[in-house]
Design a protein around this ligand. Structure first.
Ligand code: PEP
Length: 255
């Protein structure tokens, strides 16, 4: 078996203006380079669209990649206000977060729309960070496995094996996002193992252990290492704690 892939991805959401974002990115860049931590971890910063090209200029690209937090589902044309995958690619970004629960719930993004976004992203040589996760209600009804299976089957499992290997999956229980409540390492591992099993069943010829599955939901310096130790957890997608260089660095050191 190869080495377990390790990825730490930040999701800044709709925070920081351009100047604040540049400062935060520069701070993270300097701290990571000065510390020499975990050279095998891929670090991805998911920043607002308008920050992408500016931040791309100042990051050490050997250590960092940038992600957009969404993309249009069509290629180009009369879609006022949308940002296409091609545009994102041209900024120097390599990833797009797709299907974040805030996009699913607040902006009502459908399974079909997310499927299109995955496609348009891969077609433009961008890598999707595909998010899935159940609500508290789903969990109370013991539907969490079923819901995540449905989300993956509806919008992601149509990609071929080559594209699978370019992708990242993020398991983010909705009840743990921005709430301060984290899934226990055991709860998270159970779901990651389930996702790995679904991948193994569907992509029989691929080494699904090489597909990073990230946990997201109130990851903090204090809980990251117990989560990252789990067999099927390859790192985190971090919201709140990624907005301070110090806490993001502490999470990186937890690998
Ligand atoms: C997220 O936005 O993907 C997330 C997990 O947020 P937080 O870490 O703040 O819960």
């Amino acid at each position: 078996m190869g080495m377990k892939p390790k990825v730490l991805a930040a999701n800044w959401k709709m925070n920081t203006d351009l100047q604040q974002g540049m400062k935060l990115a520069a701070d993270i860049n300097n701290k990571v380079n000065a510390s020499g931590v975990e050279p095998h971890a891929r670090i991805i910063l998911g920043v607002p669209f308008i920050h992408l090209s500016e931040i791309a200029k100042i990051m050490d690209y050997r250590r960092f990649s940038l992600a957009a937090q969404n993309c249009a589902e069509c290629d180009s044309g009369a879609y006022t206000g949308e940002v296409s995958a091609e545009m994102i690619k041209s900024t120097g970004a390599h990833y797009v977060i797709i299907g974040h629960s805030e996009r699913r719930h607040i902006f009502k993004e459908s399974y079909e729309s997310l499927q299109n976004k995955v496609d348009v992203c891969l077609k433009n040589a961008l890598r999707p960070i595909f998010c899935c996760g159940e609500t508290l209600d789903d969990r109370k009804k013991e539907m969490h496995k079923k819901v995540v299976e449905e989300q993956l089957k509806a919008s992601f499992f149509h990609v071929n094996e080559e594209y699978l290997m370019r992708s990242i999956i993020a398991y983010e229980p909705v009840w743990a996002i921005g709430t301060g409540e984290t899934a226990t390492p055991e709860q998270a591992q159970e779901m990651h193992e389930w996702i790995r099993t679904l991948l193994r069943d569907h992509y029989k010829n691929s080494n699904v252990d090489d597909v990073p599955i990230l946990y997201g939901g109130s990851v903090k310096p204090g809980n990251a290492s117990d989560l990252f130790k789990q067999q099927d957890i390859n790192g985190g997608l971090v919201g709140g704690a990624s907005l301070k260089a110090e806490s993001f660095m502490s999470i990186l050191k937890a690998f």
